[in-house]
Design a protein around this ligand. Sequence first.
Ligand code: FES
Length: 376
Amino acid sequence: MLQHSEADRSSVLGFIRKVSDAFAFPLRVSHYIELVNPLWADHSMQARIEKVWDETSTARTLTLRPGANWRTFKPGQHVRVGIPIGGRHFTRTYSISSGAESPDGCFSITVKAIPGGFVSNHIVRKLKVGDYIPVGIAQGDFYLPDAQPVEPLFITAGSGITPIMSMLRTLDREDRMPDVRHIHYAPHVHDVIFGQALTDLQARYNRYHLQRIYTREPGQAESAAGSAGSQHFSPAQLEQFCPDWRSRDVYACGPQSLLDALESFWESQGLRRQLHTERFRAPLAVSAQPGQAGRVTFAKSDAVVDSDGQTNLLRVAEDNGLNPEHGCRMGICHGCDVKLVSGCVRDLRTDELLQEAGQVIQICVCAAVGDAVIDV
Ligand code: FES
């Protein structure tokens, strides 16, 4: 009976919305509602920045209150956020760093300002409480399995700790912290994002074993275990800090060099299926040929610019004031698909040359080879 009345109410509301939309045409009622409160709009999803918090001198956490269409997320997943800067719209993807099912309905992302990174520096230095930014729904398959409890080994470096922090906070909130081994790499002690939160977890759970390794502090690892030789990942280090690593599921996030090393090692041990990695960038192929510089014509934009033959075309366009549509920036979502009009481009992930006129290319992972004309 209750279900019946809810269905009725929803169809009445749907009808009212349709009629209202007809009067609001060519916009929708939601566009006017957005002027009152962006979080009530349902034609796009916005989030309000509720709080900003500096984790380190270069990393900041934004607590976001999402709008009407937000759904929950699994700890470890990421979201796309839109960043308007100077009349242009940029999209970036960040892992969620807060625990799932927060009682206040908010979630957090933690962003590290990359040297020379226009958008990440804007987020860390310029966004403030009360700003609204577009967000997508949470996505990704990097999360702990629901059904069967695991005793994980986490391996993280730098801002790669963000999805793992979401997992740890969720396990803590739900009071089901298993036996966890965690190796975290950072250049120096002051670069450790969530340093205090990790220390608190260590103090509260003797089954949470954290090993911090400072890669630019000569010859030392933090604990009494002392140096394992290399300050970057090595099998000897793994044996020392997590002797039962063969029996653990591994969740790793960090720069490409670390993830490549882990994948190659676990592969060599025949245990690749136990390793789960989260990348922020597409893995790039090592090219046999040097990049070939040239002139790229963005035909629809009437722009002709220089290319070094190595930088992806999305970045080349943005560096020259253009704003092509895009999403993940790592060759997954196809949000940047456009046609190659003429010339040749190289897929930076596979080193494959694409040169058929009319062929669809992903400009976030393709660089021009010499001169090329792109339908942007
Ligand atoms: S932006 Fe997602 S594939 Fe290029």
